[in-house]
Write a protein that binds this ligand. Structure first.
Ligand SMILES: NC(=O)C1=CN([C@@H]2O[C@H](COP(=O)(O)OP(=O)(O)OC[C@H]3O[C@@H](n4cnc5c(N)ncnc54)[C@H](OP(=O)(O)O)[C@@H]3O)[C@@H](O)[C@H]2O)C=CC1
Ligand SMILES: O=C[C@H](O)[C@@H](O)[C@@H](O)[C@H](O)C(=O)O
Length: 312
């Protein structure tokens, strides 16, 4: 199996190993042959697939996982690491375990490797309500206790929210998945997570170019173009290698077979120099994923600043 050993793993606080590179399936333009592309990625050596109830890709991920096992691309389901996420409409005590069971039914799986609270946001009957962090987390802990999710974590949590979560958690969060790339380094979140043994996973490591909120700050960065040219690598490879060298895991999305190979060919044989990293550190910082849809004058978050606790 070409490259099967090439993607390293990190050990989560639960003791389970997570491949540092995940195959992202969150896209408004998922192709009709996505199951084949995922299967191809598994044959290349991808072992971690990132989905969410919100993405609508759980059924197709389930099809690909079943086919990967059936065709012998992997020995068993246990060779794969599947992440899914609790959407905001289910982020209420009492809805967490049922929502995970519904995700598992769509995936055709009996457990998830990682279940994340997608946003620190909650809706009830379509209206946004106060996010009950403790109540929702008790539900996540129950998912873990029932064996339905081997590890549980969060996404889009600021450093301040991480501190609060850790202080109330009986089962500590294993992962915080946040926007992180050369153009939004997330130093505060990384420090908070490191303090509490929480693994940071980067979403949009390439800047999510092509999404409504994505930015060209990564792929069109003059600095990255220079480093890439000097190293004989692509801009995407330099961007991903930078994330990896920060000790951060990442979920990258490509539905193109050549780019899938390119993105996993960053783990050995080269590294960024001290000078490269110093130049990359000069890239201006700007959050692309603001979460402005979760902000309204009469809602629990009255500004983007409140949503991110001023970390913006
Ligand atoms: N928790 C959360 O709130 C969020 C989680 N996510 C997760 O993270 C994943 C990745 O983030 P995402 O926002 O999709 O964006 P990425 O930063 O991964 O960027 C994806 C874009 O980069 C292109 N691309 C990928 N590889 C290369 C390459 N080697 N060279 C040039 N272009 C490349 C892709 O095009 P092509 O397919 O043509 O290669 C695609 O247009 C999502 O799919 C999702 O699973 C994303 C957003 C929010
Ligand atoms: O409605 C909200 C947005 O689409 C936002 O929720 C997504 O960007 C999401 O975080 C993702 O994981 O892709």
């Amino acid at each position: 199996m070409a490259g099967a050993a090439a993607i390293p793993c990190v050990t989560l606080s639960t003791g389970h190993a997570m491949p540092v590179l995940g195959f992202g399936t969150g896209s408004s333009r998922a192709p009709p042959d996505l199951a084949d592309t995922i299967l191809h990625a598994v044959r290349l050596g991808y072992r971690h697939i990132d989905t969410a109830s919100f993405y609508g890709t759980e059924p197709v991920v389930g099809t690909a996982v079943a086919e990967a096992v059936r065709s012998g691309a992997v020995g068993s389901r246990a060779d794969l690491f599947v992440t899914s996420k609790l959407w905001i409409s289910d982020a209420r005590p009492g809805r967490v375990v049922p929502a995970l069971r519904e995700s598992l039914a769509r995936l055709g799986l009996d457990y998830l490797d990682l279940f994340l609270v997608h946003w620190p946001v909650s809706t009830d009957g379509g209206a946004q309500v106060e996010f009950d962090m403790e109540g929702v987390w008790r539900g996540m802990e129950e998912c873990h206790r029932l064996g339905l999710a081997r590890s549980v974590g969060v996404s889009n949590f600021s450093a301040a929210k991480m501190e609060r979560l850790v202080s109330l958690a009986a089962v500590p969060p294993a992962v915080n998945q946040v926007e992180l790339n050369v153009g939004w380094r997330q130093e505060k979140v990384r420090e908070a997570c490191a303090r509490h043994g929480v693994v940071v996973s980067a979403y949009s490591p390439l800047g999510a170019l092509g999404t409504v909120w994505g930015s060209d700050a990564v792929m069109e960065s003059g600095v990255l173009h220079q480093v890439a040219a000097a190293k004989g690598k692509t801009v995407a490879q330099v961007a991903l290698r930078w994330v990896y060298e920060q000790g951060v895991c990442f979920v990258a999305r490509s539905f193109n077979r050549e780019r899938l190979e390119q993105n996993m060919a960053i783990f050995s044989g080269w590294e960024l120099s001290k000078e490269d990293k110093e130049t990359i550190a000069t890239i201006p910082q700007k959050r692309a994923s603001q979460g402005e849809y979760f902000v309204s004058p009469d809602g629990p978050y009255k500004s983007v600043d409140e949503l991110w606790d001023g970390e913006i």
